[in-house]
Every structure is written in C-alpha cells, then in structure tokens.
Design a protein around this ligand. Structure first.
Ligand code: SF4
Ligand code: SF4
Length: 350
C-alpha cells in the first residue's frame, strides 16, 4: 500500500521532514492505541479519539501530551494492550479522581453478596476474602451489627512504605494496589497493615489451571501462525497479568481489595457496591464531593452524608487516613437472626 504523507498544517510537531511510515508517525506522537469504535468519541488505552465529521479520511486524536492531531483513518490500527502498558496504566491510576467509599453499618444484614461478587470477580476460594463481614458488638447491652471490611485504601499506607521491592503502591486516584509479578511474598505488608486487610496465597490460586490451559491454547495458535485471530487475542487478554484486576494471581504472593479498579476504569461501581441488596455501600469521588448508593443508585453529597450521620474512619488515631468512611449502626430496625450470627465465618486475618 502506498504510504500517505501528513499535510503540513495537520502536523503539530512542525517538522519539515515528511513522515513516511505510519509506525514512525504514531511513534512521533506517542500513540500506542487506536480507535476501534466508529462514529462517536471513544476512549481507548487512555487516549481519546474523535471522528471528524464530514471527512472520513482523517480523525482527530488527543495525544498522550494533550495535543490534538489529525491522523489518516486508513493508517490507524487497533493494538492489544500489552503487559507493559497494563502495568504502567495500572500504576498511575485515573487522573483527577479521588475514590472514596462509605459503608452504612445501620443497613448491613450480613447478606454476604458483596463477598460473593468479589470472590467471583477475583477468582477467590470461599475462604479467601478481599472483603469480609465481621460481627461486632460495642457493649454487652447494645445490639450486635455487621461490619463489611475491605482494604481501607489508606492515604498514608504503612503497607506501602514497608514493601522492599515496590510491589505495592498508592495511585493518584487513591487506590492502593499490588503488582504480584513483583511481589516476593515477604509479607512485611501484612504485618504492617493495622486493618488485617491483606491475604496471602498459600495455595495455588483457583484460576491457575484455567490460565495454564489457555496459555497452551494460545501458544498452539501462535505456532500455527494464527496468533492474530480473535480467539488468540481473547486468550492473550485472559492470560496477560492485569495489575488492576490482580489476575492471574500467583501462589506465594499477596492479594487484597482493589476497589475494583478495572470497573472504575469503565465508569462502573465496584463489584461489592453493585451486588449489595441492602443499600449498605456508597461509592464516589471525593473531588466531586459525591457518592452513589450501589443499590438505589441515588447520588448524595459526600460531606453532608458524613456530617449528618456522624461518619467516621477506622482507627483514625493511627494517622493512616483511610479512604473508607463508616456510618454508625444507629436505628437498626431489624434483629440479627440467630442463624446468621452462627453462620459468621471468622476473619482469617484478624
Ligand atoms: S488497609 Fe492495610 S492494606 Fe489497605 S492501604 Fe491501609 S495499610 Fe494498606
Ligand atoms: S509481600 Fe509482596 S507486596 Fe507485601 S511487602 Fe512483601 S513484596 Fe511487598
């Protein structure tokens, strides 16, 4: 195919030399992805692509350094996000966001749907928790209640400062994640966490067998020269480690709540928040001072919700600055059924 040259006025780099290959062109603007969606604006691998109305041969592209450039549509090709890109975007997080969760202890009935949805999304066994509901009782004369407890995504996280290999880290959007490809399993972070929020993969993670099978299928396709088929790309995606989803996981490494970073990238609420049938969870952005209830989908002003309901954070005195707020278990209008109390599985990390 004959290569097209970029018209001078469309080239923000103002170079006098013609750009004579599409790879060089894309490289010059730092583009690693391409728009697959046609017609409307699309976000892909962190860049925004907007189709230019009336002129099908060019589309306008926002580059990584925030410049708008026109790109010949015919020279755009879709690429699979590779492991290195997944790792780097997973480390940086979503710009301009400060995610926050509110948990209303007055509403939790120990339905455990939050736990189930999280375990399913992250391929955890029934006794492995990123979030658990703990039975609490403040004094012998007060009613017991249940407290869902995930990682608190502390703004001053002791788990991060003790990690010797930078495997666990805090992102700009407030989420604390783990890169289990770097984790050496020393468990310093487990010891440092005052909330017992981390778990260790003592056994082979549930997903391992499935991943190994898919890896072999993918290798077979590559050997046959069919590495670019839809099936091959799907298999590749499923076996490539994604730091935001923390899968595939590894035996001998650490895991914990991820605030469903993969869902947040798609503008969706976390798995646990959406799964709760009792309106216990609110999730949102502190920068917008707004949180949405996962059950009713109503949005509230975060600061008012906390002020009006005496919101608090766990162990504030430690200075860890959690990003999870709790509303006290006041005015509980229902009893805790005896069978529910007996069914409580103790927190293995407590
Ligand atoms: S709750 Fe524990 S694991 Fe989570 S950020 Fe805080 S110290 Fe780290
Ligand atoms: S167990 Fe992994 S994440 Fe935790 S401190 Fe050690 S290397 Fe870092």
């Amino acid at each position: 195919m004959q290569e097209k040259h970029i018209p001078e006025e469309t080239n923000p780099a103002q170079s006098n030399e013609p750009i004579d290959s599409r790879r060089e062109f894309l490289k010059r603007f730092g583009l690693v992805g391409a728009a697959a969606a046609a017609g409307t604006a699309a976000i892909y691998t962190g860049y925004v692509f907007e189709k230019k109305k009336g002129k099908d041969e060019y589309i306008t592209v926002l580059t990584a350094d925030n410049k708008l450039v026109k790109v010949p549509k015919a020279q755009i090709e879709e690429v699979t996000i590779d492991k290195a890109s997944l790792q780097s975007r997973g480390r940086v997080g979503l710009e301009g966001r400060r995610f926050v969760m509110v948990i209303d202890l007055a509403k939790c009935r120990n339905a455990r749907k939050c736990i189930e949805s999280c375990q399913e999304a992250h391929h955890l066994r029934p006794h492995e928790y990123h979030i658990n509901t703990l039975k609490m009782q403040d004094s012998p004369t007060t009613a017991p209640y249940f407290m869902p407890k995930p990682c608190q995504h502390c703004d001053n996280p002791p788990c991060v400062s003790v990690c010797p290999v930078d495997a666990t880290f805090k992102r700009q959007d407030g989420i604390v994640l783990i890169d289990n490809q770097r984790c050496i399993g020393c468990r310093f972070c487990m010891a440092a966490c005052p909330y017992s929020a981390r778990m260790f993969h003592w056994e082979e993670p549930l997903f391992t067998e499935e991943v190994n099978k898919k890896s072999l299928e993918y290798e077979e396709l590559v050997k046959k020269g069919a590495g670019n088929t839809d099936l091959a790309q799907l298999l590749k995606k499923e076996i490539t480690y994604d730091v935001e989803l923390n899968t595939p996981q590894k035996k001998g490494t650490i895991s914990k709540c991820l605030f469903s970073a993969d869902r947040l990238r798609e503008n969706k609420l976390p798995y646990c928040v959406s799964a709760c049938p009792n309106g216990v969870f609110y999730f949102g952005d502190e920068n917008e001072d707004a949180v949405t209830n996962g059950t009713t989908k109503e949005t509230f002003v975060l600061s008012s919700l906390l002020k009006d309901n005496a919101g608090y954070r766990l162990m504030e005195e430690l200075g860890t600055k959690p990003r999870i707020y709790y509303l006290p278990p006041k005015n509980r209008l229902f009893d805790v059924p005896e069978e529910d109390v007996n069914a409580i599985i103790p927190d293995p990390h407590a």
